[in-house]
Design a protein around this ligand. Structure first.
Ligand code: NAD
Length: 424
C-alpha cells in the first residue's frame, strides 16, 4: 500500500494501511461522491508537539505528543487521547480517521480527531502524569476547544486526566470551559453513564446482531480480549443479560471458565492486582488458545492489529464484535469472511463512548444534566437505530458489515464536502 503522504510509510497491516484498504473497498460504492474521496486519505491537520516536563527527581524529560484532526466537514473534531509507549503519528492518524467514520456512521454532528503521547504512564508518578497532561494540553491548546475539537479518554487515560485537561484549557482561556473535553468526572460536568458507555454499546450492538441472526443472548458464550474500560463493562453487560463470559485475556494473562467467569469477582481481582492473571476461580489458558475457543461472540477490546491472519484462521466464534479500534487486520478480515464468521466493525460496535460523549457535550452547553436512565435509554436508541441502518445496507448491497458502515458514513462525510463546496 503506497500512501500519497510523504510523512508516513504504512504497511498493509499497519493502522493507516488498514484504514486506506477500508477506504479503497468503499470507493466503488460512493457514486458521484467518489470525486471527493481523496480528502479521506489525507488528515486535515496533524500537530506534533514536544512535551517537556520536570521529573520528581529534578531531571528533565521530553515526550512526543500528537493531535490529528482527520476531517471536520460535519462538525468539530472528536476523539480520545491515548498514553502508550507505541503511540506514533501514523497510529493517531488512523484512529482519527476511524473517528470520522464512527461519528458519521452514528450520525453524530462531529468530525474525527485523535491524540496521544508516546509514553508509558506506568513509569510516571501521579504528579509527573499531571504535569505531562497539562503541558500537552497547553501545547495542543491552539487546535482544541468546545467548537473546534473535543478530546476524551482512550487507552491509559481516564476521568482524572480529562479533569486536568479541562482545568488547563480553562486556565489558559480564562473561563471554566467544561465542554472542551468529555469523559470528565461527573461533579465537573461529566455525564452519568460515560464510564461504561463504550462497553454498554458493545453489548447493545451484540444484542442487535444476535436478534438479526436468530441467536439467544442468554447462554451465549463470550470471549473478551482486554479487561480495561471497554472489555470489563462489556463483560458486565453480557453477564447481566445471561451470557457466559467464558474467557478473558489481558496484557498479562488469560483466564478461562467453561461455565462462565464471575465477572464482578474478576473485576475486583484486576483492581487489586492490575491483571486477570492468577484469578483463582478460573483456569489459566495459553495466549494463542484464547483465539481458538468455540464461542458465539469473540470481543477484541484491547489494541489494534490483534486479530492477525494466523489467529483469524483459528477463530471458532460465530461473531467477532470489535470493541477495540482496528483490532482486525485486512488479511484477517478476508479470512474471517471466507470462513463465514461475521465481523461487526469497530466503527459501530465501540461507538457507545462517543455517543455518550456527545450527550456530555450537549449537557455542558445547556448546563442541564440528564439521569443515567435517560442516558442509557438514548444510547440504546441511537445505537440500535444506527445498527439497523448498517444491517439494511449490508443486506441490500450485499456488502460486509464493515464496508456497509463505511458506505453510510463516507456518504455522509463526502455529501457534507459536496454541499459545502471547496473553499475558496
Ligand atoms: P484500557 O487501557 O482501559 O484497557 C486496555 C486493556 O487491554 C487492558 O485490560 C490491558 O491489559 C489490555 N491489553 C493491553 N495490551 C494487551 C495485549 N497485548 N494483549 C491482551 N490484552 C492487552 O483501554 P480501553 O479504554 O478499554 O480501550 C480498549 C480499546 O477500545 C482501544 O482500542 C480503544 O481505542 C478502544 N476504545 C475505547 C473507548 C473508550 O471509551 N475507552 C471508546 C472506543 C474505543
Amino acid at each position: 500500500m503506497i500512501s500519497p503522504l510523504s510523512y508516513v510509510t504504512p504497511t498493509p497491516s499497519s493502522p493507516w494501511g488498514t484504514y486506506l484498504a477500508q477506504i479503497e473497498a468503499v470507493e466503488p460504492h460512493l457514486g458521484e461522491l467518489a470525486r471527493w474521496i481523496e480528502t479521506l486519505r489525507r488528515p486535515k491537520r496533524s500537530l506534533v508537539v514536544d512535551v517537556p516536563i520536570e521529573l520528581d527527581d529534578g531531571r528533565l524529560a521530553h515526550f512526543e505528543g500528537y493531535r490529528v484532526q482527520h476531517n471536520l466537514a460535519r462538525g468539530p473534531g472528536k476523539g480520545g487521547v491515548r498514553f502508550h509507549p507505541d503511540v506514533n503519528l501514523e497510529e493517531v492518524m488512523a484512529l482519527a480517521a476511524w473517528m470520522t467514520v464512527k461519528s458519521a456512521a452514528l450520525n453524530l454532528p462531529y468530525g474525527g480527531a485523535k491524540g496521544g503521547i508516546r509514553v508509558d504512564p506506568k513509569t510516571l508518578s501521579m504528579k509527573e502524569l499531571e504535569r505531562l497532561t497539562r503541558r500537552y494540553t497547553s501545547e495542543i491548546g491552539i487546535v482544541i476547544g468546545p467548537n473546534h475539537d473535543i478530546p476524551a479518554p482512550d487507552v491509559n487515560t481516564n476521568a482524572q486526566v480529562m479533569a486536568w485537561m479541562m482545568d488547563t484549557y480553562s486556565m489558559n482561556v480564562g473561563a471554566t470551559t467544561t465542554g472542551v473535553v468529555t469523559g470528565k468526572p461527573v461533579p465537573l460536568g461529566g455525564s452519568r453513564g460515560r464510564v461504561k458507555a463504550t462497553g454498554r454499546g458493545v453489548f447493545v450492538v451484540g444484542r442487535e446482531t444476535a436478534r438479526h441472526l436468530g441467536m439467544e443472548i442468554s447462554g451465549a458464550r463470550v470471549a473478551i480480549q482486554g479487561f480495561g474500560n471497554v472489555g470489563s463493562a462489556a463483560a458486565e453487560m453480557f453477564a447481566a443479560a445471561g451470557a457466559k463470559v467464558i474467557a478473558v485475556q489481558d496484557h498479562a494473562g488469560t483466564v478461562f471458565a467453561g461455565d462462565g467467569l464471575d465477572v464482578a469477582a474478576l473485576a475486583a481481582h484486576v483492581r487489586a492486582t492490575g491483571s486477570v492473571a492468577d484469578f483463582a476461580r478460573a483456569e489459566p489458558l495459553g495466549r494463542e488458545e484464547f483465539w481458538a475457543l468455540p464461542c458465539e461472540f469473540l470481543v477484541p477490546a484491547a489494541l489494534e492489529g490483534q486479530l492477525n491472519p494466523a489467529r483469524a484462521a483459528q477463530v471458532r466464534a460465530r461473531v467477532v464484535l470489535e470493541g477495540a479500534n482496528g483490532p482486525t487486520t485486512p488479511e484477517a478480515d478476508a479470512i474471517l469472511a471466507e470462513r463465514g464468521i461475521l465481523v461487526v466493525p469497530d466503527v459501530m460496535a465501540n461507538a457507545g463512548g462517543v455517543t455518550v460523549s456527545y450527550f456530555e457535550w450537549v449537557q455542558n452547553f445547556s448546563s442541564f444534566f440528564w439521569t443515567e436512565e435517560e442516558i442509557n435509554a438514548r444510547l440504546d436508541h441511537i445505537m440500535a437505530g444506527a445498527f439497523q441502518q448498517v444491517w439494511e445496507t449490508h443486506e441490500r448491497m450485499r456488502l460486509p458489515l464493515r464496508t456497509a458502515a463505511f458506505v453510510l458514513a463516507c456518504t455522509r462525510v463526502l455529501q457534507a464536502h459536496a454541499d459545502r463546496g471547496l473553499y475558496p
